[in-house]
Ligand binder design. Structure first.
Ligand code: GLP
Length: 261
């Protein structure tokens, strides 16, 4: 399948990471205001930190009826481990908003039966009517969630083996001397593509290559984010540093890039 056969994701380039994150926070806040019981898909990593910081400062947004599903979690980490994504989410978002803890869903990486936890997660998403708006970051090798290169584009929530580059990139979150887990539980690419709308946020020059591969390269298993071409409603928010390898004129010619103030 050629990328040109599909609907191109829209690309919004902001001058700075702060502005890109603010725009994404505004989009999420607007969505919650319009649809108070919206089901959101949320991401972790360094990239969305400022999005969450902006969201918790908004007293005019009530999370009381919002439902949240996170993309992924390390296998073998308890939710109170400081490097777990459960901890990250509590620390940066959930402890600061009025969300119902019963509406917060994070894959259970410490389950004794990981396969059963994966199926239960898929069922929970379906029970909640599917994800309306999914926030994504992107790994340096183009991974989305923890779907590493080679992941099938119709893959479902499952345990995956992390690549060395992903383990190295995330080592910063672990206490000195502690070896990060080698596997994680992640929504599959197929699960992600079922979200009705997807927002991909990429900031910093370390993401420039992955973003260019996702938006300008072929749709292939080598770049998991290229699977987003299979979706009709993807918006990419990035800063100028992450956009530095994009061919802006080509993207604009195809009606997909816009510079934001
Ligand atoms: C992590 C997460 C992804 C995240 C990506 C980029 O491994 N599993 O969901 O988007 O890597 O992380 P960062 O934003 O820290 O660069």
């Amino acid at each position: 399948m050629s990328a040109n056969d599909m609907r191109r994701p829209s690309v919004k380039i902001h001058q700075t990471a702060e502005l890109a994150c603010e725009a994404v926070a505004e989009l999420i806040a607007g969505r919650i205001r319009r649809e108070p019981s919206v089901t959101l898909g949320l991401a972790t990593g360094a990239t969305p930190r400022m999005v969450y910081k902006s969201l918790i400062g908004r007293s005019d947004v009530s999370w009381r009826a919002v439902r949240c599903f996170n993309l992924d979690e390390y296998v073998g980490l308890a939710p109170d481990h400081p490097a777990s994504f459960a901890y990250y989410m509590r620390d940066l978002l959930f402890d600061h908003i009025d969300i119902d803890p019963g509406q917060v869903h994070i894959p259970d990486g410490s389950a004794s039966d990981i396969e059963a936890a994966a199926s239960a997660y898929e069922e929970k998403i379906a029970e909640n009517g599917g994800i309306a708006l999914q926030l994504l970051g992107i790994g340096r090798n183009g991974h989305i969630g923890f779907n590493e290169p080679g992941s099938a584009h119709d893959s479902r929530t499952r345990e995956v083996l992390l690549t060395q580059s992903t383990i190295d990139a995330n080592r910063r979150d672990f206490p000195e001397g502690e070896t990060p887990p080698a596997t994680a539980l992640t929504m599959g690419i197929g699960t992600i593509l079922e979200a009705r709308e997807i927002v991909l946020l990429a900031t910093g020059s370390a993401k420039a290559e992955a973003l260019a591969a996702a938006l300008q390269g072929p749709v292939s298993l080598d770049c998991p984010a290229s699977a987003l071409w299979r979706h009709g409603a993807v918006s990419v928010f990035c800063d100028e540093a992450a956009a530095e390898k994009l061919n802006i004129e080509t993207l604009k010619g195809r009606g997909s890039a816009s510079a934001a103030a």
